[in-house]
Design a protein around this ligand. Structure first.
Ligand SMILES: [Zn+2]
Ligand SMILES: [Zn+2]
Length: 52
């Protein structure tokens, strides 16, 4: 239960992920690979729910 956490590699994402993972979700991976970093995170996790 000592798994270290780090921020998701998607610049717009507020989620924490295990260090063994790069992204919290496929949506973050795809957004980063498409360099779609200017838009809000669409991973759907509570940490990223933003009022528009
Ligand atoms: Zn997110
Ligand atoms: Zn993420």
């Amino acid at each position: 239960m000592n798994e270290a956490m780090k921020p998701c590699d998607h610049a717009g994402c507020n989620c924490q992920v295990p260090v063994s993972r790069d992204f919290c979700s496929e949506s973050c991976r795809m957004a980063t690979e498409s360099q779609n970093v200017g838009s809000a995170c669409e991973c759907g996790h509570a940490a990223c729910q933003q009022r528009s």
